[in-house]
Design a protein around this ligand. Structure first.
Ligand code: ADP
Length: 398
């Protein structure tokens, strides 16, 4: 059974083709600059070099057509005919409170996702465009939606209600939703498998640290709290996003700087975080290079990030009444062994202690990095959201 996974952004489209008999990735790639000059597709067939095809790609329909052509390519493709495709799985960012699980995409479901557009105005329209483009190209192939918000639908009400008038929750759906759910779900379950224990017996804190970052408390296999909220802006410090701030800063800044709300929103999303504090870059590698050269503000951004994550681990241990495993994933979590050690330093009192001999740079590898016999298993688990999407797609169509 072959399943194609699609993650559609506003001007990009990532894809992976799986053989679900053995969960092997046959091909994958990225369509870039859709609707912008200089558009191209980077396509990789497993075991072969990347090919780049530069082509005018005016919209997502043209992007999907190019993906299908690449998958059918006589040398670099992995399909002889599109009939080999059994189903297509889509990453969709926001399903509001409508879907706590992955679902088959029907017209009714797509309409429900349209209703969530005000909650994710940057992401859901692009995800829906991807679904519509596939429907046009392959009308007879079933499609499944897998939602970033779904895993967090198990949060108890006291974890997702904000301290504002309740009518705004009822009227506008203002509550904590949480994001990166597919990643938190995958790494929590994979961590339990590596430890050889049922996930239902564990209290796990999962740290997804990339350009966007979020931390989740996973108790007995369920998300019980997460740092992102109504939008992906709050929580720990991110590349360019501010994370948690005092909301009163917004009207203060508007007045002090003479800016309107959308300008402030842009500053908090695109000019804040690691970039905003350091004035150097949003990329941790640049920050560490600048720190090595003595840049004080880069060092400050690093400390604000590490302190915020460390504090959050303690918060979630308190929320769950303990912690058995601490999991790091995504670009920073998987690669930045220095930051992992720094975050955990000082948490020995709660049974978290990293073994420097095990905590090295092992890109793409699963590893337990805690001291032998430590109460809490500290782990690195590379995330694999595409595999979760492919598995859910297979499950719903087998
Ligand atoms: P996204 O959230 O866009 O999916 P990733 O999970 O790929 O992002 O994470 C990207 C971030 O990972 C980069 O901004 C960079 O700071 C960080 N990163 C990648 N490799 C390293 C490394 N070797 N050391 C430190 N940080 C790294």
């Amino acid at each position: 059974m072959k399943v194609l996974v699609i993650n559609c952004g506003s001007s990009s489209l990532k894809y992976q083709l799986f053989d679900m008999n053995n969960e092997e990735v046959l091909s994958k790639g990225l369509v870039e600059r859709i609707g912008i000059e200089g558009s191209r597709i980077n396509h990789y067939k497993t075991g072969m070099d990347k090919i780049v095809i530069e082509r005018d790609i005016p919209d997502h329909t043209a992007g999907i057509k190019l993906v299908l052509d690449a998958l059918l390519h006589p040398e670099h493709g992995s399909l002889k005919s599109l009939n080999e495709l059994s189903a297509i799985g889509h990453r969709v960012v926001h399903a509001g409170e409508k879907f706590a699980f992955s679902v088959k995409l029907t017209e009714e479901v797509i309409n429900a996702l349209r209703e969530c557009v005000p909650l994710a105005p940057l992401h859901n329209p692009a995800n829906i465009m991807g679904i519509e483009a596939v429907t046009k190209a392959l009308p007879d192939i079933p499609q499944v939606g897998v939602f970033d918000t779904a895993f967090h639908q198990t949060m108890p009400k006291h974890a997702y209600i904000y301290g504002i008038p309740y009518e705004y929750y009822e009227k506008h759906g203002i509550r904590r939703y949480g994001f990166h759910g597919t990643s938190h779900f995958y790494v929590a379950n994979r961590a339990a498998e590596i430890l050889g224990k049922p996930v239902e017996s564990l209290k796990i804190v999962t740290c997804h640290l990339g350009n966007g970052s979020s931390i989740t408390a996973v108790k007995e296999g369920k998300s019980v709290d997460t740092t992102m909220g109504f939008t992906p802006l709050p929580g720990v410090l991110m590349g360019t996003r501010c994370g948690d701030i005092d909301p009163a800063i917004i009207p203060f800044l508007a007045k002090a700087e003479g800016k309107d709300v959308s300008e402030i929103d842009n500053i908090l999303n695109k000019k804040s975080g690691i970039q905003g504090i350091s004035g150097v870059s949003s990329d941790m590698r640049d920050i560490e290079e600048a720190m090595d050269k003595g840049n004080e503000r880069a060092k400050l951004a690093y400390e604000v990030l590490a302190y915020g994550i460390r504090k959050q681990i303690g918060t979630y241990a308190a929320a769950m009444g303990g912690i058995d495993a601490l999991v790091f994933t995504a670009g920073i979590g998987e690669n930045d062994f220095g930051l992992r050690a720094h975050i955990c330093a000082g948490l020995e009192f709660m049974g978290i202690s990293v073994d420097p001999g095990k905590n090295d740079n092992m890109r793409g590898k699963e590893k337990i990095i805690s001291q032998d016999g430590a109460k809490v298993a500290v782990m690195v688990v590379p995330t694999n959201e595409e595999l979760v999407i492919a598995r859910d797609t297979k499950r719903l169509y087998s």
